[in-house]
Design a protein around this ligand. Structure first.
Ligand code: 2IP
Ligand code: CA
Ligand code: CA
Length: 378
């Protein structure tokens, strides 16, 4: 299974390359923007965009993982449907074909008349990035890929990816918005238990190379399987009060008011569900609290696996508060990834209903749950 982790990292690197490629040319980027409609629309946004980059990246990851691990075929899910509507209103099912030429022809039917763009994307989809990572090469793990399933968010924080801002100053190390919050998220979970097992977060727009001025990315991974906990990052240092909590700008006044005193009057805000979880992973924040079901399985699976690898986790907020109210002992319920919400359709089937709390140190989780216990409506 170290082979699978390496394959997830390689796939994320390829995904990051495509994400960067699509941002290089502004006119090309404009071509790639299409509007989501119907049941797949994230109800939080009036306008939600899917780009060909999203669709293509998801298909490339699916193709590469499914080719190397046939036992994963049919068990790789993601945010996007592979249907893309071109400027002429025709629907094209985007996929990676047998040859670069065939893929270029298929992408050409979406991008027509921009054949050069289609060829660039097809070349990137078929290019194999050599991964030189000694830490990954040295890993020996025993879990069968046939026991796992995959969630992909090809680009999290699409709005920031499209907006492309590079001038947003970080506050205490946390970027409130901007291109750096656009991430590739690939998580693997146990098909039976629904627990997250492997996670890869790739930051395609980590920083600009000072010499070439080209974007440089970086990635992080974690393993949480049975008693094994491994991570590319060291655990954050021991807790220091007051806790730093990061929230969505859309978070309501009740939650803000409850957390304000706990955090010494200082709350942090950032875009991107994946980016906020990454802030916790990197030790820039102690917790990410979200009181609504506006994230999905593909947003949380990869970061959740890394948080577990670091000794933390991601709990279902409504379930955790309910368990406290009825005096249940034992750890609060973690998010699971194998159960669609009953009665829901489209993306909503996989919404993390009732919100979440991501944390590394259990003390912070307890403090946050204590503070939120009396918020009306939670
Ligand atoms: C979104 C994205 C948004 C987030 C939302 C996710 O995923 O991460 O930024 O909202 O919950 O579903 P917020 O930034 O308010 O936390 P995507 O960009 O993939 O649609
Ligand atoms: Ca997302
Ligand atoms: Ca996305």
């Amino acid at each position: 299974m170290a082979g699978l982790l390496k394959a997830l990292v390689s796939a994320s690197e390829k995904a990051a390359d495509i994400a960067r490629l699509c941002r290089h040319e502004e006119p090309l980027f404009q071509l790639l923007v299409a509007e989501k409609t119907g049941a797949d629309k994230n109800r939080r946004f009036l306008q939600d965009f899917k780009t060909l980059a999203d669709v293509l990246i998801q298909e490339v990851i699916k193709h590469d993982l499914g080719t190397e691990f046939p036992e994963l075929q049919g068990h790789i899910g993601g945010e996007e449907s592979n249907e893309f509507t071109n400027a002429q209103g025709e629907t094209v099912a985007v996929r990676v074909c047998g040859t670069v030429g065939e893929t270029a022809a298929l992408l050409g039917s979406v991008l027509a008349p921009e054949q050069a763009a289609a060829e660039l994307l097809a070349a990137a989809a078929h290019r194999d990035a050599a991964l030189g990572d000694a830490a990954l090469d040295g890993l020996a793990l025993s879990i069968h890929p046939g026991d796992l399933a995959i969630w992909i968010d090809p680009i999290d924080s699409t709005n920031e990816y499209i907006g492309g801002r590079e001038d947003v100053a970080p506050v205490d190390g946390i970027s409130p918005a901007g291109l750096c919050s656009a991430l590739v998220l690939i998580g693997a979970y146990d098909r039976c238990s629904g627990c997250p097992v492997l996670g890869v977060i790739n930051e395609p727009f980590f920083r600009r190379d000072p010499l070439t001025h080209r974007w440089q990315g970086r990635y992080h991974w974690g393993v949480a399987y049975q008693d094994t906990r491994l991570c590319s990052l060291s655990p954050p240092p021991p807790p220091r009060p007051p806790p730093r909590v990061v929230l969505s700008r859309a978070e309501g006044p009740g939650v803000r008011a409850a957390l304000h005193p706990l955090c010494g009057g200082h709350l942090h805000f950032a875009a991107g569900a994946g980016y906020k979880m990454l802030c916790v992973i990197l030790g820039l924040a102690d917790a990410y609290v979200l009181s609504e079901g506006s994230t999905f399985a593909w947003d949380a699976c990869a970061p959740h696996a890394i948080l577990r690898a670091l000794g933390g986790g991601t709990v279902a907020l409504a379930g955790a508060l309910r368990a406290r109210r009825v005096g249940e002992n034992g750890p609060p319920p973690e998010l699971l990834y194998n159960r669609p919400a009953e009665g829901a359709v489209g993306a909503e089937r996989w919404a993390n209903r009732g919100g979440l709390v991501a944390y590394v140190h259990p003390q912070h989780l307890e403090a946050v749950l204590d503070a939120l216990a009396a918020v009306p409506g939670l």
